[in-house]
Design a protein around this ligand. Structure first.
Ligand code: NAI
Ligand code: ENO
Length: 363
């Protein structure tokens, strides 16, 4: 199977690393820039790379568009004019899905299929230097096939993407943009606006920078994201974001009123509500889009090496862990380890193994 990756940056490079070296897969990267092509090969993220789009996509079974959102439509239009293998799947990784989905419908591709995609994993870093084959593990990977995509074609892409070890989930393109607007795009705007507000104060007094503590850093990591990537994302989700910003204004207005009225109870209520919802958030957005992990709780004494002991026991029996979390760990209190599995069978196997090894196990 030939896989073409157009734009081998953080996301394209991470996908390439998931596919490269797997049996019967050949990965070719494309960039219009010869220096980038050289870099892709030198870093070993692809089997080959080229500055010729024609060469990259000729006979490809799957083509991944991994360029900024603002370039996606141009790339798809170019592909629609090139000779492609019959049955070829074109997919993208863009953070917005509505516009590219409409573009694919408009182009009415012949004998090839477009399926929109968006791995819900990434970072504030960019470029192939930041790529990792682990990037998508346990993250959601949204696919937004339209009605024209046959089930067999969808299944083919899903099977290939299983190599990313992400959880594939099917979502309508418009719904995707609404949800991701709220949980990803709006937070990026808020982080950037907050940093810029504080930066202005800091111009007058550098003590702001010196005192910027954990909370500020936690909340603003994503303000370091790539400006071009985010310019495109925001512009392509304009309508959704305008509504979300209006709601955000109302949230801020609520706090303004609570302060003006010195409504302590109201402030407490806001913090409690937020804390309650946030405590339900999974480590990796589990639950937001309804799919569940299979969790097991194990009482663990606070011994050095206990985590290694349990994870080794599971891996020795080929049981894949989706996630691991320690809930309480003090010298005088036994900790509780939450182990999350991807399916029922792994959960049942792990439960038996741990019980046999003398651990107390609960759901
Ligand atoms: N950064 C993140 O955390 C995530 C990004 N995405 C999406 O993935 C896509 C790629 O983003 P990243 O990998 O983060 O960015 P990146 O900057 O690491 O990679 C972008 C790639 O596109 C190429 N490129 C940039 N401008 C180009 C142009 N004008 N013509 C041709 N190639 C060009 C770059 O050389 C690079 O290979 C975007 O559509 C973004 O919305 C999706 C999930 C997460
Ligand atoms: O770094 C983070 O926390 C992110 O939010 C990463 C990210 C960026 C863009 C996406 O479309 C999806 C995920």
């Amino acid at each position: 199977m030939k896989i073409a990756i157009l734009g081998v940056g953080l996301i394209g490079g991470s996908l390439a690393l998931c596919f490269k070296g797997k049996p019967n897969l050949y990965v070719i990267g494309y960039s219009p820039n010869p220096a980038s092509v050289e870099k892709y090969i030198k870093r070993g993220v692809v089997d080959d790379a080229t500055t010729s789009m024609e060469e990259a996509v000729a006979d490809a079974d799957v083509i991944f568009l991994c360029v900024p959102v603002g370039m996606l439509e141009t790339y798809l239009e170019k592909l629609s004019e090139l000779p492609l293998k019959k049955g070829c799947i074109i997919t993208d990784v863009g953070s917005t899905k509505g516009a590219i989905d409409r573009c694919a419908k408009r182009l009415a591709l012949k004998d090839v299929y477009f399926i929109g995609g968006h791995p819900m994993a990434g970072s504030e870093r960019s470029g192939v230097e930041a790529a990792s084959s682990y990037l998508f593990e346990n993250a959601y990977y949204v696919l937004t096939p339209n009605e024209q995509v046959p089930q067999e074609v969808y299944d083919r892409l899903e099977q290939l993407l299983s190599l990313t070890r992400a959880r594939i989930i099917r979502v309508d393109a418009q719904l995707h943009d609404e949800i991701v607007g709220a949980v990803s795009h709006l937070p990026h705007i808020i982080a950037v606006a907050l940093v810029n507000q504080v930066a202005r104060y800091n111009d007058a007094n550098p003590l702001y920078e010196a005192l910027a503590a954990g909370g500020f850093r936690d909340l603003t990591r994503i303000a370091s994201s790539d400006p071009v990537i985010w310019r495109d994302i925001l512009l392509h989700n304009k309508e959704v974001l305008l509504d979300l910003l209006a709601d955000w204004g109302r949230e801020m207005e609520l706090f303004r009123r609570l302060l003006l009225e010195e409504d302590g109870e109201g402030i407490e209520r806001q913090f409690s509500l937020a804390s309650e919802f946030r405590s339900r958030l999974p480590e990796r957005r589990r639950g937001v889009l309804h799919a569940m992990l299979y969790d097991l709780y194990v009482d663990v004494p606070d011994h050095p090496g206990i985590i290694a002991k349990i994870t080794t026991l599971l891996s020795d029996h080929q049981i894949n862990l989706g996630n691991i979390q320690i809930h309480e760990s003090r010298a005088d209190v036994p900790g509780v380890m939450r182990l999350s599995f991807r399916n029922d069978q792994d959960l049942a196997k792990a439960e038996q193994l741990l019980k046999d090894a003398g651990y107390t196990v609960r759901y």
